[in-house]
Design a protein around this ligand. Structure first.
Ligand SMILES: Cc1cc2nc3c(=O)[nH]c(=O)nc-3n(C[C@H](O)[C@H](O)[C@H](O)COP(=O)(O)OP(=O)(O)OC[C@H]3O[C@@H](n4cnc5c(N)ncnc54)[C@H](O)[C@@H]3O)c2cc1C
Length: 326
């Protein structure tokens, strides 16, 4: 147990609902904090009310709502807010969901405060009072443990690393407004426009439990990939070949130069399993591969492989899943 509260950044959607991985982080934070309690940081003007029932179920005691005229979507401003919330809560451990934006804010905060920062973590323990983070590196080929030696730790945790569970007893979170005066340098960049991504109705790729990926083998026809993703309630991803060809947007690219995913289930269809792609998916829980070539490298890391034509196998799988569900 930490002697101080554990602080969690409460990522949320524009309607004020918490992003799904936040529940996972709150569960982890509760385990680590014990009696010291879990505090949250709310960054943004969105209405906090839709998140409160989840925060109560998770046993969060205090929410620090950042109040500032500056735009918290700028990572430097967010780092200012996190610094203020860390001081206000007295927390020695801050957890954030692993995302590009959060990792930038985490790094800025750590540089300013001398905290130890570990990103893309898939497990966290306390050993002899030290935060020890577990993460895979080098394209998922090594599992490492990093002990934070500084008094403060800032850790970004991958989605699906922890199974979210409600607290044994709910809390009544206290919401405290926290004025934040950004540093002079933080507002040198001005955000002139921000467009929310049109909702696809599918879960966010980076945090989805299930990801179905199409590669060159789709030849640009993602219908079977999308159908299976929808039956499984999953997100759709792609290899770089598919995004470079313009078959699907670049934000769907998984791999070394794309998004890193760690779903409980990854299904790769018409994906060879090149090292650059593996780097972004090898930490997935169960890997299923559908490929017409029995020697495709993806079968080396697959838990379950089907040698066959994806245009036959995927619709069959989707139909069978529908049948089983009645
Ligand atoms: C610096 C650098 C960074 C890169 N970053 C990334 C990255 O982030 N992400 C990424 O994905 N790639 C990345 N790449 C590219 C990567 O090296 C591979 O070229 C790419 O991942 C291959 O994509 P693919 O599996 O779709 O295509 P291919 O390697 O061409 O494989 C297609 C597979 O589909 C199978 N197939 C064909 N038809 C069917 C069918 N009908 N049914 C079933 N199977 C079929 C084939 O047998 C084959 O195995 C990067 C490359 C470089 C140099």
């Amino acid at each position: 147990m930490t002697a101080t509260p554990v602080l969690v950044l409460l990522d949320h959607a524009p309607d004020g609902s918490l992003r799904p991985p936040v529940r996972e982080l709150l569960t982890l934070a509760r385990d680590l904090a014990g009696d010291a309690g879990v505090h949250g940081v709310w960054a943004g003007d969105e209405d906090l009310a839709p998140a409160l029932p989840v925060l109560a179920a998770q046993g969060v005691t205090t929410v620090h709502r950042l109040v500032t005229d500056a735009d918290v979507h700028l990572s430097a401003v967010l780092a200012d807010g996190l610094e203020a919330a860390s001081a206000a809560s007295g927390a020695s451990l801050l957890l954030l969901v692993s995302s590009f934006d959060n990792k930038e804010a985490a790094a800025r905060l750590a540089v300013r405060t001398g905290a130890g920062v570990v990103t893309d973590v898939d497990g966290l323990t306390l050993e002899d009072g030290r935060v020890v983070a577990h993460k895979t590196v080098l394209a998922g080929t090594w599992t490492t443990r990093c002990a934070v030696t500084a008094p403060h730790a800032v850790v970004t945790v991958k989605a699906n690393a922890v199974a979210a569970q409600d607290a044994a007893a709910p809390s009544s979170p206290q919401v405290v407004d926290l004025p934040v005066e950004p540093r002079a340098g933080s507002t040198r960049v001005r955000l002139v426009e921000r467009t929310e991504h049109a909702a696809s109705g599918r879960p966010d790729l980076g945090s989805a439990n299930v990801v179905v990926v199409g590669g060159r083998g789709t030849e640009g026809d993602f219908a079977a990939v999308e159908e299976l993703a929808d039956v499984l309630g999953g997100a759709v991803g792609a290899t770089r070949v598919a995004t470079d060809e313009g078959w699907i947007g670049h934000d769907a690219q998984i791999g070394q130069t794309g998004v890193t995913v760690s779903p409980r289930l990854y299904v790769g269809a018409g994906v060879s399993g090149a090292v650059h792609h593996r780097g972004g998916m090898q930490a997935s829980g169960t890997i299923v591969a559908v490929n017409s070539d029995p020697d495709a490298p993806i079968f080396e890391i697959a838990d379950f492989g089907v040698v066959g034509d994806l245009f036959t196998v995927l619709p069959q799988a989707a139909a069978e899943l529908r049948r089983l569900r009645g």
